[in-house]
Design a protein around this ligand. Structure first.
Ligand code: 26V
Length: 821
């Protein structure tokens, strides 16, 4: 291990003391915990900056190809602890702080959780940056520096309340403002065409626009034990014209005000929608804002050391994280033509070798389709370019399928007055990938079938992964140490090593140690729950956990309906042998998603009744953990026995929570959806609990008008009882409160189909799977073996593997090594 000199105890202690003095004019003894966090972070940042410069220098010398990972979201989580681990200085710093009477864990808790993302897509981007730096690849994350990240969730009277997340209020020590790299971004106005006599071609001139200044803030991305520090570059917006007399005099006062407002609004807040497109103008502005600034910056950087723009794709690639950054296609075309002076064909040849697209969902409501009126008004030149891409693509369709207008209708980029971003991404991208094998197959055979037929060579799969450095090394130190003591520390950078644990799966001593660590992690979570929820839970009960965004397709409703069913069983058969269970939920609902918010209320209403019923002797507990986020997630995964991954088959593109649970020795209770399929393949069906309709069955029903839940409702008395309890006042004095949930399952009068997510269809199979869980858990040795095998077989799901596949099949980056001096 390389440990930097600055982490030697006395040096580091002095640095912290100095920082407290310089930053706050206080002694260590007088400083608040937040101030100590800041001081410690600046000391750590000093070390990082040296490595950052060294990395830049090495990249300049070796000139490796660079990936720009374009994403509207980066759900980073806290940086201090993670940086210390990746610098392999965690233990040293912990000891040094101990000597100063400071507890590192408490200081870590002072850091705001930078929550510049919603859920899986944003967290995946963060895991990817960690893997890219650790594997030694030159990479930039490109995104937006939202003033307010994902809202903070409060639960009041069982309801979700959203509070603004002012994560920058105390200043964030791990960012660096870089005003010298600012870029201008233009909105609105019109395009004037001018004929260039000399060249004999048209020139397009964008005029009358409003301008915003994009200022980059860089965050260091520290690789594990390799001196590499990459960069996450997020853009802030500032007005260009201030209220100088200049514009006032010219009568441009109104424009000045408008530009000021545009800049102020643009980066104000992260849209808290996950998987739901709302067509908001401000969101479109956000997209173009960060894309334009990022692409400009990438081109400037390339041109600093290369003079042939035609070879851009040899040194640069842009990966588009879903369709949100798809404007990159047209922006790159614009710069190549209007700024660099290339013709269409040359610009197109470069663009189509430089941009690539990842699809993260097949949910129809997530597809981005922008009205042409809005698009052309806001981005006239970009719109013009997309129209031309579309015109040429339609000619291609006609050549390939003469007279087939159905194909044009289904595949055009602009149709029905809308710009379809996914179509643009596929047509221009040199690679299109899904995020789990099943998901990619569904894309090829259903959702994107027409495109796959026309350009099969673009399509490929990259099954998602997670970084073991955050989700085991940092989140579960007890298990991490245990793993290292058995198989050595290589798993930290080569998770395939973890399979060596399999030989201990039958070893009684190892089983006891493994389950004892799980127990201690459950005690840690139980304390958190007592502190935050005031609920006492028994760490000897089964911790059955579902944490993820709240969405109908993820079926938290199925989970809570089953809890209601279990409660009825216990009440009706008090003599029944029932293994105590704790059902733990954590989820944020999009602020405008009423049914999702009502589901949160239902979970809390059930918790209220069940947790206070003394007649069941605490056999059943229900906990809703407030404000689920990266920092408490790390602790929750470590403490879980059962991992609920119960989406309607075909709907969850991959899931990544499922992998974090598996790594931490929780057993999956799930449907054959997303990456669950591959998890089961790795660990064996006997070490998971699988239930429910297959994705083929679901898709088949959907293609034939749905299914009829009434048959189940009419024939299964126990299910009917649970359904009635939604509307008979058992869980609320207001019998109408949960009517909408009841209706969603049964009512065919509304425009929706009944039970679109097959909750009743899967209910019995789900309940039986729970029975199998209970039975398996009673056999302590059997369970320990299952749990340990889950950890042992999780090697495939490291984001290091995923990134290496992206590198080998899509990006073709060069590996960089920095020699330790
Ligand atoms: C989509 C949209 C649609 C437009 C408005 C705002 C908005 C914000 C976020 C999203 C992202 C939806 C896609 C997404 O998060 N997919 C998740 O990606 C994970 C990483 O690949 C994957 O594990 C999850 O299964 C998938 O739901």
């Amino acid at each position: 291990m390389i440990i930097d000199k600055q982490f030697e105890k006395e040096t580091f202690k002095k640095s912290v003391r100095d920082n407290v003095r310089f930053l706050f004019r206080k002694t260590l003894e007088e400083a608040t915990p937040q101030q100590i966090f800041q001081a410690v972070s600046y000391s750590v940042k000093d070390v990082i900056i040296d490595n950052w410069l060294l990395t830049q220098k090495t990249y300049e010398e070796q000139d490796p190809k660079t990936v720009y990972y374009m994403s509207m979201e980066f759900l980073m989580g806290r940086a201090l602890g993670n940086n210390l681990l990746n610098l392999t200085a965690y233990k040293e710093v912990k000891e040094a702080l101990d000597e100063l009477g400071i507890n590192l864990n408490a200081i870590e808790d002072e850091e705001p959780d930078p929550a510049l993302g919603n859920g899986g897509l944003g967290r995946l981007a963060a895991c990817f940056l960690d893997s890219l730096a650790t594997l030694g690849y030159s990479a930039y994350g490109c995104g937006i520096r939202y003033r307010y990240g994902m809202f903070k969730q409060k639960i009041e009277d069982g309801y979700q309340i959203e509070e603004p997340d002012n994560w920058l209020k105390d200043g964030y020590p791990f960012e660096l403002r870089r005003p010298e790299y600012a870029k201008e971004v233009h909105f609105g106005g019109y395009v004037r065409v001018e004929y260039d006599q000399e060249k004999g071609e048209n020139k397009f001139i964008h005029e009358g626009y409003q301008a915003v200044k994009a200022i980059p803030y860089d965050m260091p991305i520290v690789g594990y034990n390799n001196k590499i520090v990459n960069t996450l570059r997020i853009w802030d917006a500032e007005p260009i014209v201030d209220f100088g007399l200049d514009s006032f005099d010219k009568g441009d006062y109104r424009k000045a005000v408008e530009q000021e407002n545009l800049a102020r609004n643009i980066v104000e807040v992260l849209y808290p929608n996950d998987n739901h497109y709302a067509g908001k103008e401000l969101r479109l502005k956000q997209q173009y804002f960060f894309i334009s600034a990022s692409i400009q910056a990438a081109i400037v950087k390339y041109k600093k050391t290369h003079d042939d723009i035609m070879k851009l794709h040899e040194k640069v690639t842009f990966q588009m994280n879903d369709t949100h950054p798809t404007m990159a296609v047209a922006e790159l075309m614009r710069i190549l033509m209007d700024v660099e002076g290339l013709g269409w064909d040359q610009a197109w040849a470069i663009t189509t070798k430089t941009v690539a697209y990842t699809n993260h969902t097949i949910m129809a409501e997530a597809l981005e389709k922008w009205p042409i009126e809005l698009f052309s008004r806001l981005l006239p030149r970009i719109y013009q370019i997309i129209e031309e891409i579309n015109r040429r693509f339609i000619i291609e369709i006609q050549n390939r399928y003469p007279g087939n207008y159905e194909k044009i209708k289904k595949m055009a980029i602009i149709y029905d007055g809308q710009v379809k971003m996914a179509h643009l991404a596929i047509v221009a991208g040199y690679s299109v990938n899904g995020v789990a094998r099943l998901h990619t197959e569904i894309l090829k055979n259903q959702e994107l079938k027409d495109f796959y037929e026309m350009m099969p060579e673009k399509f490929n799969n990259k099954t998602n992964g997670i970084t073991q450095r955050r989700f085991l090394l940092h989140g579960n130190p007890l298990l991490a140490d245990w793993v290292t003591s058995h198989i050595g520390a290589d798993w930290i950078t080569d998770l395939s090593q973890i399979r060596k644990l399999a030989i201990y799966a039958d070893d009684e001593k190892a089983q006891q140690e493994f389950m004892n660590i799980k127990y201690q992690n459950k005690v840690r979570l139980a304390k958190y729950i007592l502190k935050h929820n005031g609920i006492e839970v028994d760490p000897r009960s089964i911790f059955d956990v579902q944490v993820k965004r709240l969405h109908e397709y993820k079926r938290q409703l199925l989970n809570i309906l089953h809890v209601m069913y279990l409660y009825n069983q216990i009440k009706q058969h008090p003599e029944m042998d029932f293994f105590p269970r704790t059902f733990i939920f954590g989820a944020k609902a999009a602020a405008g998603y009423r049914r999702a918010k009502l589901t949160i209320k239902l979970i809390n209403a059930v918790a209220d009744v069940v947790n206070h019923d003394t007649s069941i002797n605490g056999k059943l507990k229900v906990v809703f953990i407030e404000n689920y986020r990266v920092s408490n997630a790390e602790m929750i995964f470590a403490a879980a026995d059962v991992s609920e991954q119960i989406s309607t088959a075909s709907k969850e593109a991959s899931g990544t929570g499922n992998m974090k649970f598996m790594l931490n020795g929780a057993v999956t209770l799930g449907t054959m959806d997303g990456a669950n399929v591959e998890i089961v393949e790795e660990v064996g069906e006997e070490n998971a609990f699988i239930f429910g309709l297959s994705s083929d069955q679901v898709i088949n029903y959907e293609n034939h008008g749905g299914y009829d839940p009434h048959v189940i409702y009419n024939t299964d008395g126990e299910i009917r009882q649970v359904m009635m309890e939604l509307i008979n006042g058992k869980y609320s004095n207001d019998t109408e409160l949960f009517r909408d949930l009841y209706n969603s399952l049964l009512n065919t009068q509304s425009s929706d189909r009944a039970d679109t997510y097959f909750i009743l269809a899967d209910f019995r199979s789900y309940a039986e799977a729970h029975k199998r869980v209970e039975e398996a858990y009673r056999d302590e040795r059997r369970w320990a073996k299952m749990a340990m095998l889950n950890t042992a077989c999780s090697g495939k799901f490291t984001s290091d593997r995923t990134i290496q596949e992206y590198v080998d099949d899509i990006w073709h980056l060069d590996k960089v090594k920095i020699d330790a001096e």
